[in-house]
Structures are given as C-alpha cells and as structure tokens.
Write a protein that binds this ligand. Structure first.
Ligand SMILES: Nc1nc2c(ncn2[C@@H]2O[C@H](COP(=O)(O)OP(=O)(O)OP(=O)(O)O)[C@@H](O)[C@H]2O)c(=O)[nH]1
Ligand SMILES: [Mg+2]
Length: 177
C-alpha cells in the first residue's frame, strides 16, 4: 500500500494555540521547537515556538497528513514561506482574547495568502473573551470580498482541530480536483 503524504500548516498569533492544536491532533509524538519566551511584551507565556512543530495524522486510505506549526512571532517570518512550500492548505489561528485580534487576522492572512491559497481561520481563546464572537472576523472578510471558513475553536480540543483540518482537506480536494 502506498502512503501518500500531504502537508498542512498552522500559522497565526503567538499563543493562539498552533503547537497545542498539533499536539491535540497528532497521532505521533510531536516534534516541537519551543524555547523560553524572551518577548514578554508579545505574550506572557513561558515557551514559544522558534522553529517548526511537526505532527502527523493518518486519514482513511493511508493518507498521511503532516501537520507543520510555524512560530507566531513575526521576527521568524522568514521561516513561514519555507514551511508553507508544497502545503495543501493553511489554518490561521487567531487569539480572540488579544487586543487587535482583527488586525492580527489581517496581518497573518496577508502574509500566508502569499504562500498558500487554501486558508481557513480558527478563532481561539473565545472561552476567555466571548464578546462579539465571530462577527467582526466575518464582517472583515465580507469587506475584503474573501470567503474563508471561520471556526471558533479551542486548540486543546481534538475534535475542534480535526473539524478544521477536514474542511481544509475538502477544500484542497475541490481546488485540485
Ligand atoms: N483557554 C484557552 N487556552 C488555549 C486555547 N487554545 C490554546 N490554548 C492555550 O494557549 C497556550 C498557548 O498555546 P501554544 O500552542 O503554545 O501557542 P502557539 O500558537 O504555538 O504560540 P507560539 O508558538 O508562541 O507562536 C497553551 O497553554 C494552550 O493550551 C483556547 O482556545 N482556550
Ligand atoms: Mg507554538
């Protein structure tokens, strides 16, 4: 049986839950590249990704999806195109509890849409701040005339992350025939 391997990238804000999402979903031990966070202004969390996270999920028909996590900090933005090369799609995770979450979405969407066309958005940390929920993100997309699925997700919950990945794959299948 031939194992086919595809790549999905997780991008988005520092602390949004990219590493956590891959850990929630992966069926193999995740290789992560986390280091002590020295940029407390960006986020108060202890560890931050400084390279590439890697996990895997096996779909039906022996299709392996490689799950690649990017560093959220834009000082590492030179790695983003490298990680996105050959990806069938990208999940952009945005931390809803941060001030300026919508600007974050604009920034990460603009960056990642240069490298990959199939993008879906996951809004995380909505349990910490449930005001307005997804309206502002959908309004922004309508103004941009860009139609992307937007999900409210908790990166700690496997089913939330799986739903996003499945919808990304379905979109890739439509895109590539
Ligand atoms: N309350 C809550 N916590 C979450 C959610 N999603 C992720 N987290 C937590 O947020 C923290 C940061 O998650 P990470 O996965 O390290 O974030 P990251 O996007 O990889 O961040 P960088 O690598 O620094 O860019 C972890 O403690 C997660 O468990 C969520 O929806 N709600
Ligand atoms: Mg990370």
């Amino acid at each position: 049986m031939i194992l086919q391997k595809y790549k999905i990238v997780f991008g988005g804000t520092i602390g949004a839950g990219k590493t956590e999402a891959i850990k929630s979903l992966s069926e193999v031990d995740v290789v992560s590249t986390e280091a002590i966070n020295t940029d407390e202004q960006a986020h108060s969390k202890v560890l931050t990704t400084v390279g590439i996270d890697y996990g895997e999920i096996l779909l039906e028909d022996d299709v392996v999806i490689g799950l690649y996590g990017t560093p959220g900090q834009d000082r590492f933005d030179f790695i983003w195109p490298v990680i996105c090369k050959g990806a069938i799609g990208a999940v952009i995770l945005i931390d809803h509890s941060r001030k300026g979450a919508l600007d974050d979405l604009k920034f990460y969407y603009d960056s990642f849409s240069e490298y990959v066309s199939n993008i879906i958005v996951g809004i995380t940390h909505v349990d910490e701040d449930s005001s307005q929920l997804l309206k502002k993100y959908r309004d922004w997309m309508a103004i941009q005339n860009c139609i992307m699925p937007v999900f409210a997700v908790d990166a700690r919950k496997r089913n939330d992350v799986l739903l996003m990945v499945e919808s990304l794959i379905a979109r890739a299948e439509i895109e590539h025939g």
